[in-house]
Design a binder for this molecule. Structure first.
Ligand code: HEM
Length: 452
């Protein structure tokens, strides 16, 4: 059982809202895997080829952001203590994010690049992501909870807004011709806000609550957490300014601007290491292994990223992205889902029946062996992607694709596994009033037969 003190579980939205995102995301993992099998090492030759951008966004928007949207809609009411307004928008957000990602993919993979699906993608992604951001922003502004997790979510949502705006400009460029601005510069800002500002900050912010809850570690100290977020926020502001001021040809400037963020991430790593070391129960389950693998890949990727300004090597940049997205964000998200899905299903479907009828335990809603296999498949996919990037070996890239298809298929299976048990009917409660009907005299009646 999870310790849930301080959480407003009664505020949780209905199960179908987050689960439509969790159910769609694995399909995009399958598509990413399919593209790797189909295209092989060609996908890893050079960044910013339309087909590479398209495949990157199957992962980024269709798989990872899809899960993040579902998880935030679920978590904000519980962690921040306030419902997200306009829940009726949620199915629209889900539909538009799906449509926008698919049309982005269709537009960029057409030969030549096709403006019509790209235009559709701009409309769908702008409406879909804004339909997600606006209600979430309202909830986060009004949130009574002052926990650093809420501050992390606020920062992540600001960065997602900037990432979206730049993404829309890029799609316009791909459809209608490139603006006379340094493409690497704007792309650098898009990557920085999207990868670190949105995905990284969100994972870090949520981990302030999740690590103590899932792994029985001591609490994450609020002051340290807020300092970490302040350091990241400062760099999110300074790095784009440094890039705009000095261009990409003055590498020291953005690196200096990144220092507060780098210090914050080192503090985060130090704190998490201490907390995991001091956790009450020392067992290491699949989800913790995924976290540890994620931490190792995330750290390596940030080290590589810090060296970007000093190298033109394309494999170097690919490695950074692969380690970051597939090595850090994806495994951590898989690990969180392995905990969250059985908990939500148990809470929504069975918790009210506890003590009345026989109900499954939370562990009965989680397929342990397939999930362990999923972890190994994820690790093997990352290893294959790294090898394929360094060597250019086609079969290894295709092997990574097979691994990702396995990961996506097991995610879908885990969802079905959790939902497969129909909740038993609650037994008829006895009519307690009838037990006492002859025990008391009837109340006095008025002349017309009504109570006076
Ligand atoms: C958190 C969200 C996002 C992340 C993490 C992200 C990540 C990335 C990455 C890694 C690349 C480089 C791809 C490559 O090397 O080939 C990229 C480029 C690009 N992104 Fe995103 N992205 C995000 C959101 C978006 C959105 C919402 C859109 C569209 C509305 C978008 C449109 C683009 C485009 C068109 C490019 C190519 C840029 C160019 O050609 O210069 N991205 N993004």
């Amino acid at each position: 059982m999870l310790p849930t003190a301080g959480l407003r579980i009664d505020q949780a939205p209905p199960l179908h809202l987050p689960f439509r995102f969790f159910g769609t995301a694995p399909l995009f993992a399958l598509l990413t895997g399919g593209m790797l099998i189909f295209q092989g090492g060609d996908l890893l030759l050079a960044p910013l080829l339309p087909v590479t951008i398209a495949t990157a966004h199957l992962t980024v928007l269709g798989w990872l952001l899809m899960v993040i949207c579902g998880a935030m809609i679920q978590m904000i009411p519980v962690l921040a203590g306030i419902p997200v307004p306009w829940p009726r928008l949620v199915p629209w957000v889900h539909g538009l994010l799906t449509l926008g990602t698919l049309s982005l993919f269709a537009g960029l993979t057409a030969d030549p690049v096709s403006p019509l699906p790209l235009g559709l993608s701009v409309v769908a992604l702008t409406l879909g992501i804004s339909g997600f951001l606006v209600p979430i922003a309202i909830a986060l502004v009004k949130a009574p909870a002052k926990h650093p997790t809420v501050n992390g979510m606020r920062l992540a949502m600001i960065c997602l807004t900037g990432t979206l705006l730049l993404g829309v400009v890029f799609l316009g460029e791909h459809a209608h011709g490139f603006l006379d601005v340094d493409r690497r510069l704007l792309l650098g800002i898009h990557l920085f806000w999207g990868l670190i500002g949105t995905m990284g900050t969100l994972i870090i912010g949520v981990s302030f609550q999740m690590l103590p809850m899932f792994y029985m570690t001591p609490a994450f100290p609020n002051r340290t957490a807020n300092r970490i977020l302040a350091g990241i926020a400062l760099s999110m502001l300074l790095v784009p300014l440094a890039l705009l001021a000095g261009g990409v040809d003055h590498p020291w400037l953005p690196l200096a601007a990144a220092l507060p963020g780098i210090a914050a991430l080192m503090l985060y790593g130090h704190q998490v290491r201490q907390m995991l070391h001091n956790r009450k129960r020392k067992w290491v389950d699949t989800t913790l292994r995924l976290w540890l693998f994620g931490f190792a890949c995330g750290t390596t990727s940030l080290l590589l990223m810090a060296l970007w300004p000093f190298t033109d090597s394309e494999p170097w940049r690919f490695l950074t992205g692969i380690l970051y997205l597939f090595g850090w964000v994806a495994p951590v998200i898989l690990g969180m889902l392995q905990k969250i899905i059985p908990f939500l299903v148990w809470f929504h479907r069975f918790s009210t029946l506890a003590g009345l009828v026989e109900i499954p335990m939370m562990d009965d809603l989680s397929p342990e062996k397939p999930l362990r296999a999923q972890m190994w498949l994820m690790i093997a996919s990352v290893a294959s992607l790294i090898l394929a990037t360094l060597t250019g070996w086609d079969p290894v890239a295709r092997l990574a694709g097979v691994g990702l298809i396995g990961v996506g298929a097991i995610s879908g299976y885990a969802l079905w596994f959790a939902l497969r048990i129909t909740p038993p009917k609650a037994p008829e409660m006895p009519d307690f009033a009838s037990f006492f009907k002859d025990s008391f005299p009837p109340p006095p009646q008025g002349q017309d037969g009504t109570n006076p």
